[in-house]
Design a protein around this ligand. Structure first.
Ligand code: NAP
Ligand code: HSE
Length: 432
Protein backbone atom coordinates (compact mmCIF):
# COMPACT_ATOMS: atom_id res chain seq x y z
CA UNK A 1 0.00 0.00 0.00
CA UNK A 2 1.37 3.43 -0.97
CA UNK A 3 2.17 5.63 1.99
CA UNK A 4 -0.36 8.40 2.51
CA UNK A 5 1.07 11.93 2.42
CA UNK A 6 -1.90 13.89 3.69
CA UNK A 7 -5.27 13.76 5.40
CA UNK A 8 -7.87 16.26 4.11
CA UNK A 9 -10.17 18.24 6.40
CA UNK A 10 -13.37 20.14 5.63
CA UNK A 11 -14.43 22.51 8.39
CA UNK A 12 -18.13 23.36 8.72
CA UNK A 13 -18.22 26.62 10.73
CA UNK A 14 -15.62 29.27 11.52
CA UNK A 15 -16.98 30.84 14.71
CA UNK A 16 -15.64 30.64 18.27
CA UNK A 17 -14.61 26.98 17.95
CA UNK A 18 -14.04 26.78 14.19
CA UNK A 19 -11.55 29.69 14.26
CA UNK A 20 -9.57 27.91 16.98
CA UNK A 21 -9.51 24.69 14.96
CA UNK A 22 -8.39 26.55 11.79
CA UNK A 23 -5.65 28.29 13.80
CA UNK A 24 -4.40 25.01 15.35
CA UNK A 25 -4.39 23.25 11.96
CA UNK A 26 -2.39 26.12 10.46
CA UNK A 27 0.02 27.02 13.24
CA UNK A 28 0.72 23.46 14.46
CA UNK A 29 0.83 21.78 11.06
CA UNK A 30 4.37 20.43 11.51
CA UNK A 31 3.78 19.03 15.00
CA UNK A 32 0.58 17.32 13.89
CA UNK A 33 2.29 15.88 10.78
CA UNK A 34 4.94 14.34 13.07
CA UNK A 35 2.29 12.89 15.36
CA UNK A 36 0.18 11.41 12.58
CA UNK A 37 2.78 10.52 9.97
CA UNK A 38 1.03 12.61 7.29
CA UNK A 39 0.15 16.27 6.78
CA UNK A 40 -3.31 17.32 7.95
CA UNK A 41 -4.58 19.76 5.34
CA UNK A 42 -7.49 22.15 5.64
CA UNK A 43 -9.21 21.85 2.23
CA UNK A 44 -12.47 23.86 2.60
CA UNK A 45 -14.30 25.95 5.21
CA UNK A 46 -18.08 26.50 5.13
CA UNK A 47 -19.54 29.72 6.60
CA UNK A 48 -22.78 31.69 6.23
CA UNK A 49 -21.18 35.06 5.63
CA UNK A 50 -17.84 35.09 3.79
CA UNK A 51 -17.29 38.81 4.48
CA UNK A 52 -17.34 38.53 8.28
CA UNK A 53 -14.18 39.30 10.22
CA UNK A 54 -12.78 36.21 11.98
CA UNK A 55 -10.62 35.61 15.07
CA UNK A 56 -8.48 33.53 12.73
CA UNK A 57 -9.03 33.47 8.98
CA UNK A 58 -7.55 30.77 6.75
CA UNK A 59 -6.68 31.54 3.10
CA UNK A 60 -9.62 33.30 1.35
CA UNK A 61 -9.65 30.61 -1.36
CA UNK A 62 -10.61 27.97 1.23
CA UNK A 63 -13.75 29.77 2.39
CA UNK A 64 -17.12 29.07 0.80
CA UNK A 65 -20.78 29.72 1.53
CA UNK A 66 -21.84 26.89 -0.79
CA UNK A 67 -22.59 23.65 1.15
CA UNK A 68 -22.30 21.55 -2.04
CA UNK A 69 -18.79 22.90 -2.65
CA UNK A 70 -17.73 22.17 0.95
CA UNK A 71 -19.29 18.71 1.16
CA UNK A 72 -18.04 17.80 -2.31
CA UNK A 73 -14.41 18.79 -1.60
CA UNK A 74 -11.81 16.03 -1.60
CA UNK A 75 -11.34 15.15 2.10
CA UNK A 76 -11.18 12.37 4.71
CA UNK A 77 -12.59 14.09 7.80
CA UNK A 78 -15.45 16.59 8.17
CA UNK A 79 -15.33 18.73 11.34
CA UNK A 80 -18.80 20.08 12.20
CA UNK A 81 -18.67 23.17 14.46
CA UNK A 82 -21.75 25.00 13.18
CA UNK A 83 -24.09 23.99 16.01
CA UNK A 84 -27.87 23.53 15.98
CA UNK A 85 -29.90 20.68 14.59
CA UNK A 86 -30.43 21.65 10.95
CA UNK A 87 -28.67 21.79 8.56
CA UNK A 88 -25.81 20.33 10.67
CA UNK A 89 -27.50 16.91 10.81
CA UNK A 90 -28.07 16.84 7.05
CA UNK A 91 -24.42 17.79 6.37
CA UNK A 92 -23.11 15.13 8.77
CA UNK A 93 -25.32 12.47 7.19
CA UNK A 94 -24.16 13.48 3.72
CA UNK A 95 -20.51 13.30 4.87
CA UNK A 96 -21.05 9.83 6.38
CA UNK A 97 -22.75 8.69 3.14
CA UNK A 98 -19.56 9.72 1.35
CA UNK A 99 -17.55 7.54 3.79
CA UNK A 100 -15.92 10.45 5.61
CA UNK A 101 -15.06 10.41 9.29
CA UNK A 102 -16.89 13.09 11.25
CA UNK A 103 -15.74 15.07 14.29
CA UNK A 104 -18.42 17.17 15.97
CA UNK A 105 -18.92 19.44 19.00
CA UNK A 106 -22.70 19.29 18.61
CA UNK A 107 -24.28 18.08 21.88
CA UNK A 108 -27.86 18.58 20.67
CA UNK A 109 -27.32 16.35 17.63
CA UNK A 110 -25.41 13.66 19.49
CA UNK A 111 -27.97 13.60 22.32
CA UNK A 112 -30.94 13.36 19.95
CA UNK A 113 -29.54 11.34 17.04
CA UNK A 114 -26.32 9.72 18.39
CA UNK A 115 -27.36 6.08 17.79
CA UNK A 116 -28.51 6.62 14.21
CA UNK A 117 -25.45 8.71 13.28
CA UNK A 118 -23.12 6.12 14.82
CA UNK A 119 -24.92 3.31 12.98
CA UNK A 120 -24.60 5.23 9.73
CA UNK A 121 -20.88 5.79 10.39
CA UNK A 122 -20.38 2.05 10.98
CA UNK A 123 -22.26 1.18 7.80
CA UNK A 124 -20.04 3.58 5.84
CA UNK A 125 -16.80 2.18 7.33
CA UNK A 126 -16.01 5.37 9.28
CA UNK A 127 -16.60 6.79 12.76
CA UNK A 128 -18.10 9.86 14.36
CA UNK A 129 -16.09 11.33 17.27
CA UNK A 130 -17.64 13.81 19.70
CA UNK A 131 -15.29 14.60 22.62
CA UNK A 132 -16.05 18.35 22.41
CA UNK A 133 -19.81 17.81 22.73
CA UNK A 134 -19.51 17.49 26.54
CA UNK A 135 -17.24 19.46 28.84
CA UNK A 136 -15.43 21.54 26.16
CA UNK A 137 -11.73 20.83 26.65
CA UNK A 138 -12.19 18.54 29.66
CA UNK A 139 -11.70 14.92 28.54
CA UNK A 140 -14.72 12.77 29.45
CA UNK A 141 -16.19 11.19 26.29
CA UNK A 142 -13.00 9.36 25.40
CA UNK A 143 -12.36 8.19 29.01
CA UNK A 144 -15.89 6.74 29.15
CA UNK A 145 -15.56 5.13 25.69
CA UNK A 146 -12.11 3.70 26.36
CA UNK A 147 -10.36 4.05 29.73
CA UNK A 148 -13.35 3.20 31.96
CA UNK A 149 -15.00 0.70 29.62
CA UNK A 150 -14.05 -2.33 31.74
CA UNK A 151 -16.16 -1.02 34.64
CA UNK A 152 -19.81 -1.24 35.55
CA UNK A 153 -20.41 2.47 36.03
CA UNK A 154 -22.78 3.13 38.92
CA UNK A 155 -22.98 6.91 38.76
CA UNK A 156 -22.00 10.03 36.89
CA UNK A 157 -22.32 13.29 38.84
CA UNK A 158 -21.40 16.38 36.93
CA UNK A 159 -21.20 20.13 36.66
CA UNK A 160 -21.41 20.41 32.87
CA UNK A 161 -22.69 23.89 32.24
CA UNK A 162 -20.12 26.61 32.80
CA UNK A 163 -22.59 29.49 32.46
CA UNK A 164 -24.83 28.33 35.31
CA UNK A 165 -21.82 27.40 37.43
CA UNK A 166 -20.52 30.96 36.97
CA UNK A 167 -23.93 32.43 37.94
CA UNK A 168 -24.25 30.20 41.02
CA UNK A 169 -20.68 31.04 42.07
CA UNK A 170 -21.46 34.78 41.85
CA UNK A 171 -24.70 34.34 43.83
CA UNK A 172 -22.83 32.41 46.50
CA UNK A 173 -19.65 34.54 46.72
CA UNK A 174 -21.06 38.03 46.13
CA UNK A 175 -24.63 37.53 47.33
CA UNK A 176 -25.72 38.63 43.83
CA UNK A 177 -29.35 38.29 42.73
CA UNK A 178 -29.94 35.84 39.87
CA UNK A 179 -30.69 38.63 37.35
CA UNK A 180 -27.48 40.53 38.18
CA UNK A 181 -25.31 37.40 38.01
CA UNK A 182 -26.95 36.50 34.68
CA UNK A 183 -26.18 39.96 33.26
CA UNK A 184 -22.53 39.58 34.33
CA UNK A 185 -22.43 36.17 32.59
CA UNK A 186 -23.91 37.74 29.43
CA UNK A 187 -21.44 40.65 29.51
CA UNK A 188 -18.58 38.14 29.73
CA UNK A 189 -19.97 36.24 26.73
CA UNK A 190 -20.86 33.09 28.72
CA UNK A 191 -24.66 33.30 28.58
CA UNK A 192 -26.48 33.87 25.31
CA UNK A 193 -28.29 37.16 24.62
CA UNK A 194 -31.17 37.85 24.54
CA UNK A 195 -32.41 34.36 25.47
CA UNK A 196 -30.20 32.52 27.98
CA UNK A 197 -32.73 29.74 28.61
CA UNK A 198 -30.69 26.94 27.02
CA UNK A 199 -28.19 27.33 29.85
CA UNK A 200 -30.22 28.63 32.83
CA UNK A 201 -33.18 26.27 32.33
CA UNK A 202 -30.84 23.26 32.16
CA UNK A 203 -31.41 22.23 28.49
CA UNK A 204 -27.69 22.34 27.64
CA UNK A 205 -26.82 20.21 30.69
CA UNK A 206 -29.64 17.76 29.85
CA UNK A 207 -28.22 17.19 26.33
CA UNK A 208 -24.77 16.60 27.79
CA UNK A 209 -26.10 14.28 30.51
CA UNK A 210 -27.98 12.22 27.90
CA UNK A 211 -24.65 11.73 26.06
CA UNK A 212 -22.65 10.93 29.21
CA UNK A 213 -25.26 8.52 30.59
CA UNK A 214 -25.55 6.72 27.26
CA UNK A 215 -21.79 6.16 27.29
CA UNK A 216 -21.63 5.27 31.01
CA UNK A 217 -24.54 2.81 30.94
CA UNK A 218 -24.04 1.49 27.37
CA UNK A 219 -27.60 2.18 26.22
CA UNK A 220 -29.44 5.08 24.60
CA UNK A 221 -30.54 7.58 27.24
CA UNK A 222 -32.93 9.95 25.48
CA UNK A 223 -33.08 13.66 26.18
CA UNK A 224 -36.75 13.16 27.15
CA UNK A 225 -35.66 10.68 29.84
CA UNK A 226 -33.76 13.45 31.64
CA UNK A 227 -35.69 15.20 34.43
CA UNK A 228 -34.77 18.90 34.20
CA UNK A 229 -35.02 21.96 36.45
CA UNK A 230 -33.20 25.28 36.01
CA UNK A 231 -31.74 27.78 38.47
CA UNK A 232 -33.92 30.88 37.88
CA UNK A 233 -35.93 30.53 41.12
CA UNK A 234 -32.91 30.58 43.47
CA UNK A 235 -32.32 33.65 45.67
CA UNK A 236 -29.17 34.75 47.53
CA UNK A 237 -30.69 33.69 50.89
CA UNK A 238 -30.73 30.05 49.68
CA UNK A 239 -26.94 30.21 49.33
CA UNK A 240 -26.57 31.75 52.79
CA UNK A 241 -28.79 29.16 54.46
CA UNK A 242 -27.09 26.33 52.56
CA UNK A 243 -23.65 27.60 53.65
CA UNK A 244 -24.79 27.76 57.30
CA UNK A 245 -25.85 24.11 56.98
CA UNK A 246 -22.48 23.16 55.41
CA UNK A 247 -23.50 23.00 51.75
CA UNK A 248 -22.87 24.69 48.39
CA UNK A 249 -25.60 24.92 45.73
CA UNK A 250 -24.66 23.53 42.30
CA UNK A 251 -26.56 22.69 39.13
CA UNK A 252 -25.86 18.96 39.06
CA UNK A 253 -26.36 16.53 36.21
CA UNK A 254 -26.70 13.06 37.70
CA UNK A 255 -26.98 9.67 36.06
CA UNK A 256 -27.33 6.77 38.47
CA UNK A 257 -27.73 3.03 38.04
CA UNK A 258 -29.63 1.24 40.82
CA UNK A 259 -30.90 -2.33 40.95
CA UNK A 260 -34.32 -1.18 39.68
CA UNK A 261 -33.13 1.02 36.81
CA UNK A 262 -31.37 4.18 35.72
CA UNK A 263 -32.33 7.69 36.82
CA UNK A 264 -31.10 10.80 34.98
CA UNK A 265 -31.72 14.30 36.27
CA UNK A 266 -30.51 17.90 36.04
CA UNK A 267 -31.42 20.25 38.89
CA UNK A 268 -29.87 22.56 41.49
CA UNK A 269 -28.78 20.59 44.55
CA UNK A 270 -27.13 21.05 47.94
CA UNK A 271 -23.65 19.48 47.87
CA UNK A 272 -21.59 19.09 51.10
CA UNK A 273 -19.02 21.93 51.17
CA UNK A 274 -16.09 19.54 51.65
CA UNK A 275 -16.90 17.54 48.50
CA UNK A 276 -14.77 18.12 45.39
CA UNK A 277 -17.79 19.07 43.26
CA UNK A 278 -18.81 21.78 45.77
CA UNK A 279 -15.48 23.51 45.12
CA UNK A 280 -15.63 23.58 41.33
CA UNK A 281 -16.32 27.28 40.77
CA UNK A 282 -16.76 29.80 37.97
CA UNK A 283 -17.03 28.46 34.43
CA UNK A 284 -15.16 25.25 35.21
CA UNK A 285 -16.78 21.88 34.51
CA UNK A 286 -16.23 18.64 36.44
CA UNK A 287 -17.49 15.08 36.19
CA UNK A 288 -17.21 12.49 38.94
CA UNK A 289 -17.58 8.91 37.73
CA UNK A 290 -17.97 5.92 39.99
CA UNK A 291 -17.14 2.45 38.63
CA UNK A 292 -16.93 -0.96 40.27
CA UNK A 293 -13.24 -1.45 39.40
CA UNK A 294 -11.89 2.11 39.51
CA UNK A 295 -13.88 3.51 42.44
CA UNK A 296 -14.29 7.27 42.18
CA UNK A 297 -12.52 9.33 39.55
CA UNK A 298 -12.86 13.07 38.94
CA UNK A 299 -12.32 15.01 35.72
CA UNK A 300 -12.15 18.80 35.85
CA UNK A 301 -11.33 21.50 33.34
CA UNK A 302 -12.45 24.27 31.01
CA UNK A 303 -15.93 23.38 29.80
CA UNK A 304 -16.02 25.92 26.98
CA UNK A 305 -13.98 28.53 25.12
CA UNK A 306 -12.25 28.58 21.77
CA UNK A 307 -8.89 26.97 22.58
CA UNK A 308 -10.04 24.43 25.22
CA UNK A 309 -12.74 23.19 22.84
CA UNK A 310 -10.18 23.15 20.01
CA UNK A 311 -8.05 20.86 22.19
CA UNK A 312 -10.89 18.30 22.27
CA UNK A 313 -11.73 18.65 18.56
CA UNK A 314 -8.09 18.29 17.51
CA UNK A 315 -7.61 15.20 19.72
CA UNK A 316 -10.44 13.57 17.74
CA UNK A 317 -9.01 14.81 14.43
CA UNK A 318 -5.59 13.34 15.30
CA UNK A 319 -7.14 10.02 16.36
CA UNK A 320 -9.17 9.80 13.14
CA UNK A 321 -6.14 10.82 11.06
CA UNK A 322 -3.94 8.11 12.60
CA UNK A 323 -6.58 5.48 11.85
CA UNK A 324 -6.92 6.72 8.28
CA UNK A 325 -3.13 6.78 7.74
CA UNK A 326 -2.68 3.30 9.23
CA UNK A 327 -5.72 1.92 7.40
CA UNK A 328 -7.23 0.80 10.73
CA UNK A 329 -10.86 -0.22 10.93
CA UNK A 330 -12.85 2.27 13.03
CA UNK A 331 -14.57 1.01 16.18
CA UNK A 332 -17.64 3.22 16.59
CA UNK A 333 -19.38 3.27 19.93
CA UNK A 334 -22.18 0.71 20.26
CA UNK A 335 -25.35 1.11 22.30
CA UNK A 336 -25.99 -2.42 23.51
CA UNK A 337 -27.87 -2.40 26.83
CA UNK A 338 -31.64 -2.54 27.36
CA UNK A 339 -32.32 0.31 29.73
CA UNK A 340 -35.03 0.48 32.41
CA UNK A 341 -35.41 4.20 33.04
CA UNK A 342 -36.73 5.50 36.38
CA UNK A 343 -38.79 8.67 36.72
CA UNK A 344 -37.97 11.39 39.24
CA UNK A 345 -40.92 10.37 41.45
CA UNK A 346 -39.01 7.19 42.36
CA UNK A 347 -36.05 9.16 43.73
CA UNK A 348 -35.27 8.91 47.45
CA UNK A 349 -33.08 11.64 48.93
CA UNK A 350 -33.05 14.38 51.58
CA UNK A 351 -34.65 17.75 50.79
CA UNK A 352 -34.09 21.41 51.66
CA UNK A 353 -37.37 23.33 51.65
CA UNK A 354 -37.74 27.09 52.15
CA UNK A 355 -41.23 28.29 53.04
CA UNK A 356 -42.43 31.85 53.62
CA UNK A 357 -45.15 31.80 56.29
CA UNK A 358 -47.33 34.04 58.44
CA UNK A 359 -45.66 34.24 61.85
CA UNK A 360 -48.40 33.08 64.20
CA UNK A 361 -49.19 30.08 66.46
CA UNK A 362 -50.14 26.81 64.76
CA UNK A 363 -48.51 27.50 61.37
CA UNK A 364 -45.55 25.21 61.98
CA UNK A 365 -47.88 22.49 63.27
CA UNK A 366 -49.87 22.63 60.01
CA UNK A 367 -46.72 22.28 57.93
CA UNK A 368 -45.42 19.42 60.10
CA UNK A 369 -48.80 17.67 59.70
CA UNK A 370 -48.58 17.90 55.88
CA UNK A 371 -45.20 16.18 55.93
CA UNK A 372 -46.38 13.59 58.48
CA UNK A 373 -49.52 12.80 56.46
CA UNK A 374 -47.27 11.93 53.50
CA UNK A 375 -44.67 9.85 55.40
CA UNK A 376 -41.97 12.54 55.15
CA UNK A 377 -39.84 12.80 58.27
CA UNK A 378 -38.42 16.23 59.22
CA UNK A 379 -34.75 16.28 60.31
CA UNK A 380 -34.54 19.96 61.28
CA UNK A 381 -36.47 23.23 61.11
CA UNK A 382 -34.86 26.65 61.40
CA UNK A 383 -36.91 29.85 61.53
CA UNK A 384 -35.24 32.66 59.59
CA UNK A 385 -35.76 36.29 58.63
CA UNK A 386 -38.69 37.10 60.88
CA UNK A 387 -40.38 40.38 60.00
CA UNK A 388 -42.45 41.45 63.05
CA UNK A 389 -44.21 44.28 61.24
CA UNK A 390 -45.36 42.17 58.31
CA UNK A 391 -45.89 39.19 60.65
CA UNK A 392 -43.93 36.94 58.30
CA UNK A 393 -41.15 34.44 58.84
CA UNK A 394 -39.14 32.10 56.69
CA UNK A 395 -38.75 28.43 57.58
CA UNK A 396 -35.88 26.30 56.34
CA UNK A 397 -36.75 22.63 56.64
CA UNK A 398 -34.40 19.70 56.06
CA UNK A 399 -36.02 16.29 55.71
CA UNK A 400 -34.66 12.83 56.33
CA UNK A 401 -34.40 10.67 53.21
CA UNK A 402 -37.85 10.71 51.61
CA UNK A 403 -39.46 9.69 48.33
CA UNK A 404 -39.82 12.51 45.79
CA UNK A 405 -43.49 11.64 45.18
CA UNK A 406 -44.23 11.95 48.93
CA UNK A 407 -42.37 15.26 49.19
CA UNK A 408 -44.24 16.71 46.19
CA UNK A 409 -47.59 15.67 47.72
CA UNK A 410 -46.53 17.36 51.00
CA UNK A 411 -45.61 20.54 49.11
CA UNK A 412 -49.02 20.67 47.39
CA UNK A 413 -50.71 20.26 50.77
CA UNK A 414 -48.52 23.02 52.30
CA UNK A 415 -49.28 25.36 49.39
CA UNK A 416 -52.96 24.81 50.16
CA UNK A 417 -52.58 26.24 53.70
CA UNK A 418 -53.94 29.60 52.59
CA UNK A 419 -53.46 32.47 54.99
CA UNK A 420 -50.70 30.56 56.78
CA UNK A 421 -48.28 29.85 53.95
CA UNK A 422 -47.33 32.74 51.64
CA UNK A 423 -45.23 30.60 49.31
CA UNK A 424 -42.95 27.61 49.06
CA UNK A 425 -39.82 29.42 47.83
CA UNK A 426 -37.50 26.53 47.05
CA UNK A 427 -37.45 22.74 47.12
CA UNK A 428 -33.89 21.52 46.60
CA UNK A 429 -32.55 17.99 46.71
CA UNK A 430 -29.62 17.33 49.06
CA UNK A 431 -26.89 15.21 47.45
CA UNK A 432 -25.02 13.84 50.46
P1 NAP B 1 -20.50 30.13 16.59
O1 NAP B 1 -19.44 31.00 17.13
O2 NAP B 1 -21.89 30.65 16.51
O3 NAP B 1 -20.04 29.64 15.15
C1 NAP B 1 -20.86 28.94 14.28
C2 NAP B 1 -20.23 28.93 12.90
O4 NAP B 1 -20.99 28.12 12.04
C3 NAP B 1 -20.14 30.31 12.26
O5 NAP B 1 -18.92 30.47 11.60
C4 NAP B 1 -21.29 30.30 11.23
O6 NAP B 1 -21.00 31.05 10.07
C5 NAP B 1 -21.34 28.84 10.87
N1 NAP B 1 -22.69 28.44 10.51
C6 NAP B 1 -23.78 28.34 11.30
N2 NAP B 1 -24.86 27.93 10.59
C7 NAP B 1 -24.43 27.79 9.33
C8 NAP B 1 -25.07 27.40 8.13
N3 NAP B 1 -26.36 27.10 8.08
N4 NAP B 1 -24.32 27.35 7.00
C9 NAP B 1 -23.01 27.66 7.02
N5 NAP B 1 -22.34 28.02 8.13
C10 NAP B 1 -23.05 28.10 9.27
O7 NAP B 1 -20.61 28.76 17.42
P2 NAP B 1 -19.47 28.11 18.35
O8 NAP B 1 -19.52 28.73 19.69
O9 NAP B 1 -18.20 28.05 17.62
O10 NAP B 1 -20.07 26.62 18.55
C11 NAP B 1 -20.02 25.68 17.54
C12 NAP B 1 -20.42 24.30 18.10
O11 NAP B 1 -19.52 23.94 19.14
C13 NAP B 1 -21.83 24.25 18.71
O12 NAP B 1 -22.37 22.96 18.49
C14 NAP B 1 -21.55 24.43 20.21
O13 NAP B 1 -22.55 23.88 21.04
C15 NAP B 1 -20.26 23.64 20.32
N6 NAP B 1 -19.43 24.02 21.48
C16 NAP B 1 -19.09 25.33 21.66
C17 NAP B 1 -18.28 25.68 22.73
C18 NAP B 1 -17.87 27.10 22.95
O14 NAP B 1 -17.15 27.36 23.93
N7 NAP B 1 -18.25 28.05 22.09
C19 NAP B 1 -17.85 24.69 23.63
C20 NAP B 1 -18.22 23.35 23.40
C21 NAP B 1 -19.01 23.03 22.32
P3 NAP B 1 -20.88 32.67 10.09
O15 NAP B 1 -19.68 32.94 10.96
O16 NAP B 1 -20.67 33.07 8.69
O17 NAP B 1 -22.16 33.16 10.69
N1 HSE C 1 -23.07 27.01 27.02
C1 HSE C 1 -22.17 25.97 27.47
C2 HSE C 1 -21.79 26.23 28.92
C3 HSE C 1 -20.88 25.91 26.66
O1 HSE C 1 -22.10 27.28 29.49
O2 HSE C 1 -21.19 25.33 29.51
C4 HSE C 1 -21.02 25.11 25.41
O3 HSE C 1 -21.23 23.75 25.70
Amino acid sequence: MAERESVGIVLLGLGVVGSGVARALTERAETYADRVGARIELRKVLVRDATRERAFAPARSLITTDPAEALGADCDIVVEVMGGEDPAREYIQESLRRGRWVVTANKELMAKYGPELLAQATAGGADILFEASVGGGMPIVSPLRRDLSANQITSVRAIINGTTNYILTQMSREGAAFGDALRQAQDLGYAEKPDPSRDVEGFDAAYKLAILSSLAFHGHVRVDDVYREGITHLIPRDFRYAAELGYAIKLLAIGRRDSDGIGVRVHPALVPSDELLANVDGVLNAVQVEGDLIGRVLFQGAGAGSMPTTSAIMADVLEASRSIVLGNRPSPWRYTADMAMKTISALTTRYYIRVEVTDRPGVLAGIARAFGDNSVSIASVIQKETDDEAQTAELVIITHAAREADVQRSISQIEGLKGEVRQVGAVLRVED
